[in-house]
Ligand binder design. Sequence first.
Ligand code: GLU
Length: 501
Amino acid sequence: MVIGRSAAQTQRAGDQGLRPSDATLQWVTTRVRFAPSPTGSLHLGSARTALFNWLFARSAGGEFLVRIEDTDAERSRPELIQQVFDTLEWLGLDWDNRGDEPRQSERADQYREVVDRMLAEGRAYACNCERAAVDARNSAAGRPPGYDGFCRDRALTVGPDTVARFATPSAGTVEFDDVIRGHVSFECANLEDFVIARSDGSVTFLLANAIDDDAMGITHVMRGEDLLNTTPKSLLLRQAIGGGEPPVYAHLPLIVGEGRKKLSKRRDDVAVENYRDAGYLPEAMVNYLALLGWGPSDGIEVRPLNEIVEMFSLEAINPSPAAFDAKKLAHVNAEKLRALDADEFLRASEPFLAGAPWEPAGFDRDVFVAIAPEVQSRVKTLGEVPAMVDFFFLDAPLMDEASVAKAITNNPDAPELLAGAIRRFESETWSAEALHAATLELGEAHGLKLGKAQAPIRVAVTGRTVGPPLFEALVLLGRTTTLDRLKRASRSIPDEATTIT
Ligand code: GLU
């Protein structure tokens, strides 16, 4: 019994993003949906699901819809719905039913009608079994766990103590061709009579999901592989409710983290908002997420989204688990940051500068604009920007202890290098070239290369061993501030440091 779509139909629909509707024999628009349950913030796996649906819809000229699956009243938190919308918007995944997204919590009446009809038609039945009783019957009969069909023929009346269970076929198979996983087959004997409505009358996820995919005319369902096992139930339900031709299914590969373990909310940083707050660009996020299971045929992985839309195809998705690699994401972000023009970089940096330690006073926009290109080429995230420039705007730099220890306190050359720099910088022409040449000479006098010679100067002035190019920074900072900081650092070196041999 094949009740899902066959390979030929799937191929046709997948290739063309269209499917013929049996009822009208007309081509219908590709329509996909992202159906989050608002039980937490949007995580990487869900964002990847949303993105692949969006990419598919946009590449097929179809529609991308959003539906809120909040049938689980205990776990759903309404305030998270707006958060999901905000994150989708931030990612740039626009949806076509904006402002009119179905919320399953508001569709109880429609679902109830379906349940009542299924009960009347004998496709579902009332059940009042306690779990313990089911377990006891199963173990007495040596059966595996799962509902044993005890109430199927008891003709109980629906009431406050009963759930409604779907009467699954006891023999045969449910089969379908998944675009990514190929032909999939499930034995009906292994499918228990699952619950479709709880004792309080509310329907379960599976039924609401099947009804809505049909009602919304969804042509392709792309979702995580973890839901693959529920698909035979969805197909059976769809048939039972008299739904139209089932959608094409594409179950996306699992995303695994370190040690190839499934990404975990506890172990891994999975909330998309955290990446936004850390200064990842939305274009970097979507580019990177697109690579989790898919890859462009020419192997060029970092590219504009419109090219990804053009190249994307469901058939090219790899069924094996996709490894989330935070370093690669940071690398993609660094590349996207470098690709911004100066104005875009300034604008993108602004929210990160706003919360910086020099606020409310101290910021000098002209100084930031002057050094911004050097910062832009060095940071991996916008969150790193403030630490690259804070020394310009604070009265005293924030001294990083490890940097001070390495470049000044535990560096036997530091006292003389600092003293030499103070001497030379007092009268040197205040240009990057002149300061560079003077520091080079100071280093040569001590047998040191430029990097080692400038290290104590950099830490004295900026507080850290890493930052924008030093001499350009000193020019912007000015002679007086530079000399003040060099003198302060020089005075702070304990006497014994100068006597280390
Ligand atoms: N609401 C489900 C979830 O968030 C998605 C179900 C589906 O895509 O079919 O996991």
